[in-house]
Design a protein around this ligand. Structure first.
Ligand code: PNW
Length: 514
């Protein structure tokens, strides 16, 4: 259980940004409506995409009916319906308003805007109309949009056939090639042009680490041959994603920033890794754990414009040297963010090993003594976030940090049990009080904190039984709060009941009183 020792050492700075977040594929549903194209997550989950723009079953299930990728744990779960937020967006906005919220982080679905990921031409007008309406109503309700451009729902057409490669594309010498760049640039340029008059904060990519490293067989899409070598493929995809991030920021700064007066950055993710002992070896291994994940995607942008030297050295010694940036690419990458977006969930120990391991760090994690969440990978301690914030401050010269995600999964058997989420209340109490200490005592420049998530939703390869919401979602409209939850992997189309949990009410007190 959580220590009950948290206390708030004062107030958060005036104007501190409190919010909640979601992502398009996890909440929207309406997967085949208004001209939406197929995404790699429709393919990965085994959704029936036949007839949808860009659909291609030739390398997933070979034929209808579609079958989920073998790394999809929650068989049968898809984003087809999810929390039905595409239709219930007014309910979501009213819910957030009732919580006293002023900031909402969500993502735009690329395959809605460009169903086949086109590099030219006009966007899908129905999708543009939907996001226009949503943004207008959000603003009218007094909330500011924080918009992620890529939260993993890549248009399937850009990866069909797989040889196209999308982020995973490389030339015959194995060097990354940005052949997806024209498509990406056209998409982001279109979003800035159409929504940038009202959207003032943009996040290019959500967790490049998760959608590259975990996409080679650890549960994230596409998870298909020939992209399954975790020692090589994530680093190709990561390289192309970093260049795509820099290209998006360049477009925004050259064409839009002066007139639209918004800001743009990227969200990277890291759970804290505490040295298991105070031996020199374990301390160095724990440092590598953070450098080889957070540093991989932060050093090129917030550091010297290139991968961390320690990472380059180890990869070279292992004979799988990291891809190299040209001088022009380095120049575009360096400084290509107006703020540091950070997703953080938990903490574990880290100890040195003799073998390089899956992440090439010559280290391994363990979790004795930490509180465990519902997710297999989730263990927590509020002080881990404080240490991580200090790490970012030290390494990247005190950037403006927005914690763009932080949250806790809790299992529930009934709606009543889901709503009494004491574990999640304790998580947010411990974590937000440590953020306050980082600001007041350590001088870390934290500007905002977004709880993950507004709603229980489609938790990627795990499907629906894993619940991260501060609001409970009844996917099957069981009106008796004490009835056992089917914890179904297949939400019933239609009305998805929402009910605020204790954590939502606790957070409301925190952000109303600051
Ligand atoms: C994030 N890990 O993913 C995503 O941004 C969200 O969409 C997701 O729902 C949320 O966290 C909860 O999982 C992560 O293994 C996936 O350390 C995996 C890890 C961390 C975050």
């Amino acid at each position: 259980t959580w220590p009950k020792t948290y206390s708030y050492a004062g107030s958060f700075p005036e104007g501190f940004v409190w919010g909640v977040g979601t992502a398009a594929y996890q909440v929207e549903g309406a997967y085949n409506e208004d001209g939406r194209g197929a995404s790699i997550w429709d393919t990965f989950t085994g959704a029936n995409t036949l007839g949808m723009p860009g659909a291609n079953c030739s390398y997933c299930c070979q034929s209808a009916p579609c079958t989920p990728n073998k790394n999809m744990v929650g068989k049968g779960a898809t984003g087809n319906v999810a929390t039905n937020s595409y239709h219930m967006f007014r309910t979501d906005i009213a819910l957030m308003k009732s919580m006293g919220l002023k900031h909402y982080r969500f993502s735009i679905s690329w395959p809605r805007i460009f169903p086949t990921g086109s590099a030219t031409g006009e966007p899908n007008p129905e999708a543009v109309k939907w996001y226009d309406t949503f943004i207008d109503e959000l603003l009218a309700a007094g909330m500011e949009p924080y918009v992620t451009l890529y939260h993993w729902d890549l248009p399937q057409a850009l990866l069909s056939p797989p040889e196209l490669g999308a982020w995973w594309a490389r030339d015959k010498d194995g060097k990354p090639v940005g052949q997806i760049l024209p498509n990406w640039k056209h998409y982001v340029d279109t979003c800035f042009r159409l929504f940038g008059d009202r959207v003032k904060v943009w996040v290019t990519f959500n967790e490049a680490w998760s959608c590259t490293k975990l996409a080679s067989g650890s549960g994230k899409a596409p998870g298909i041959p020939p992209f399954m070598n975790p020692a090589v493929d994530p680093y190709i995809a990561g390289h192309n994603i970093l260049n795509a991030h820099a290209a998006a920021v360049d477009i925004y700064r050259r064409k839009y920033q002066t007139s639209q007066k918004g800001r743009i950055g990227i969200t990277n993710n890291q759970d804290w890794r505490e040295p298991k002992t105070d031996s020199v070896e374990d301390v160095a291994a724990a440092e590598r754990a953070v450098l080889f994940q957070l540093g991989w995607f932060s050093e090129p942008i917030f550091g010297a414009g290139d991968y961390p030297q320690e990472m380059k050295d180890i990869f070279a010694a292992l004979g799988t040297a990291l891809p190299e940036f040209s001088e022009a690419e380095k120049a575009l990458l360096k400084g290509s963010a107006d703020f540091f977006g950070l997703n953080h969930y938990g903490t574990g120990w880290f100890a040195a090993t003799k073998e390089p391991g899956w992440d090439m760090t010559y280290g391994t994690s363990s979790e004795e003594g930490f509180v465990q969440g519902q997710s297999t990978w989730l263990y927590g301690a509020g002080w881990g976030l404080r240490k991580l914030l200090n790490w970012v401050k030290r390494r990247y010269n005190n950037p403006e940090i927005y914690v763009t995600e932080s949250g806790w999964s809790v299992a529930a058997q009934t709606a009543e049990e889901a709503a009494n989420d004491t574990q999640r209340v304790m998580y947010f109490a411990n974590y937000t009080s440590e953020v306050l200490s980082a600001i007041l005592e350590d001088g870390v420049d934290v500007r905002g904190y977004f709880a993950w998530s507004l709603l229980d939703n489609f938790e990627w390869e795990m499907g629906y039984p894993i619940r991260f919401g501060t609001t409970f979602v009844d996917y099957d409209l069981g009106l008796d709060p004490n009835a056992p939850l089917p914890n179904s992997q297949v939400p019933t189309p239609g009305f998805q009941l929402r009910r605020r949990k204790d954590s939502s009410c606790f957070l409301e007190q925190v952000w109303r009183s600051n």
